[in-house]
Ligand binder design. Structure first.
Ligand code: ATP
Ligand code: MG
Length: 349
């Protein structure tokens, strides 16, 4: 969602964006992928949701606005962060990623802010942190929900006052980076639990870009399969030329807990194991067939009530363009009931 403050800012700076897009040099820097949505060239898909995301990325990229990217694992959060960088005036400066979940707290702070010699045991020399190394580029804070509270306070200062200090250091340094953060967690819930600072959340979420799970934008599956086929064929010798319509239909019924990353892995497995030019449903991994198609085949096209309810809900949401009040009305239930069902089926995030 675009908050009011961000909307003002984007409105005011729209002319700056025009000059960036008009720059012919920018076109060649957009990445290797030949196809894609809008100017975010390497993001592929044709769902309404992805088109909107692409438009939002284009709009926010040239601004200094901090962006929070949310969505389940494998939905393309890092790709959005990269697009924000490549479509910005900072594209010639570094894009650095810091994964807030993988390092222990002390190491994480040192990785972010750097440290002076002797700052802690083992700090035998000065080390520059990513915030310093990135200069005027983009710093991508991945899994930002895992950031320990102490580091959160320091990050807030870096975003808010543009200041930071190396661990064990005395000099106040200037943070010039643009920040993009991502998480698959519900940060509002973390705030309620006292594990995430509310003031930091406000700072990070000037603009939020929500990536819906792949099962809610099945129109993206076909173009993504094509893209991955082309990309993977380069390094995997395979007779496969395309997926049959039936195989695509099975994929469209699958839930993809691992989202786009999982789809890519499925395509890769098919290229390795399928001996035909056309991938048929039988060549898809067993769990995909079991979860998606086989249920229907085995019971003569009959779905469980639960599954048919789930599909009707997804359909209603699609028909209502994601408007839940409208979708609830179409389904003949009230909004609270719809919300309960969405939670139960894990639709939305
Ligand atoms: N719209 C898209 N077009 C092309 N490739 C995509 C798209 N969305 C995702 N991908 C690809 O899917 C894989 C997963 O994407 P990415 O790493 O950005 O997801 P993520 O949301 O950061 O996942 P995680 O939460 O697990 O870190 C990558 O290989 C990425 O290139
Ligand atoms: Mg990621």
């Amino acid at each position: 969602r675009l908050t009011a403050s961000a909307a003002d800012e984007t409105g005011r700076l729209a002319s700056e964006w025009a000059s960036v897009t008009d720059d012919p040099g920018a076109q060649t820097l957009l990445g290797a992928r030949p196809t894609g949505v809008g100017k975010t060239r390497y993001m592929v898909g044709r769902s309404r949701a992805l088109e909107e995301i692409s438009a939002l990325v284009e709009r926010c990229a040239p601004l200094d606005t901090t962006v929070l990217v949310t969505g389940e694992s494998g939905t393309g959060k890092e790709l959005v962060a990269e697009a924000l960088h490549r479509l910005s005036g900072r594209r010639d400066e570094p894009f650095l990623v810091i994964n807030c979940a993988t390092l222990e707290p002390a190491l994480l702070e040192s990785e972010l802010f750097g440290h002076e010699r002797g700052a802690f045991t083992g700090a035998v020399a000065r080390k520059l942190g990513k915030l310093e190394l990135v200069g005027g580029g983009t710093l991508f804070l991945d899994e930002v929900g895992e950031l320990p509270l102490e580091a959160q306070a320091k990050l807030l200062r870096a975003i808010d006052r543009r200041e930071f200090v190396r661990l064990g250091g005395r000099d106040t340094l200037r943070a010039r980076a643009r920040f993009v953060a991502a998480t698959h967690r519900d940060l509002d819930a973390l705030v309620r639990e006292g594990r995430f600072r509310e003031d930091l959340l406000f700072r990070l979420r000037v603009v939020e870009i929500r990536l819906p799970p792949l099962r809610e934008r099945t129109e993206d599956i076909e173009p993504l399969v094509k893209l991955f086929l082309e990309e993977l064929r380069v390094r995997i010798p395979t007779p496969v030329k395309r997926f049959s319509d039936e195989a695509l239909a099975v994929l469209e019924r699958y839930r993809f807990p691992g989202n786009v990353r999982e789809l890519r892995n499925i395509v890769e497995r098919c290229l390795i194991f399928c001996r035909d030019e056309v991938v048929a449903p039988q060549a898809l991994p067993a769990e995909v067939r079991a979860a998606a198609g086989a249920g229907e085949e085995a019971s003569g096209g009959v779905l469980t009530l639960e599954e048919s309810e789930r599909r009707q809900i997804v359909r209603a949401l699609e028909a209502a363009d994601g408007n839940k009040t409208k979708a609830a009305r179409m389904l003949g239930i009230d909004r609270t009931t719809l919300y309960a069902k969405l939670r139960r089926y894990g639709i939305g995030s």
